[in-house]
Design a protein. Sequence first.
Length: 212
Amino acid sequence: MKLYDFALAPNARRVRVFMAEKRLEIPVVEVKVRDGAMFEEPYRSMNPFAVVPFLELDDGTCIGESVSICRYLEELHPAPSLMGRDPRERALIDMWNRRVELDGYLPVMHSLRNADPAFRGRVVPGTRNDLVQFPEIAERGRDMLLILLERLDAQLSDGRFLAGGTFSIADITGYFMILLADRTGVPIPDDRPNVARWYEDVAGRPSVRDSS
Ligand SMILES: N[C@@H](CCC(=O)N[C@@H](CS)C(=O)NCC(=O)O)C(=O)O
C-alpha cells in the first residue's frame, strides 16, 4: 500500500493525522502538486480527479477522497476507533463529519480558492483553466462558516469533541476547516469559546502537531 501525498495539502494531512492516531505507517509518495505533477503520468491514470491524497493498494486499486481512504483504513484497523464502534456511534460520527465537511470545510475551501490570487486559474481542485474567481463565493463561504461555528459552539458546550466524548474523524475535518478559514482571514470569533477550547485541544494532539 502507498499513500500519494503532498506535505502541505490539508486533505492529505487529514489522512496523515488519521493514520498517526492509529499508529499506522504507510509508505508515502510526495506528489509535487505545485508543479502540476498530478496532471502527469503515472498520477493522472491513477487518480483522474488529479488531486491528493489517494491510496494505492497492492493490487493496483487506487482510492481517492480523504474520507474514503480513512474508511478503508478504519475497516482494516478498527482500533482505536475514529469512525465509531457500533451502528449508533458510526452514524453520529458520520453525521458530524458530514456537517463539518459540507457546511464548513467545502464552503471555506471554495472561499479560499475564490479569494486568494495564488488560486487564479486553479479555482476548482484538480483543474487548470480560466474560470474566474468570484468574490461573492468567497463571502458566502465565510457566511456559511460562521453559521456552522455557532452550531458547533452549542454542540461543544457539553462534550469535549464534536461527536461527544471521543476524538473522531469529525474533529480532524473540523480542525483543518479552521486552519483553512484562518487562511481566508476568518479566525474563530471571540464569542465562540467552546470552539476555541476544542481547537486548542485538537491542535495539541501529537498526531496533529506532527502532521505539518
Ligand atoms: N474531496 C477530496 C479533495 C482533495 C483535494 O482537493 N486535494 C487538494 C489538496 S488539499 C489538491 O490536490 N489540489 C490540487 C489542485 O489544487 O489542483 C478529498 O477529500 O480528498
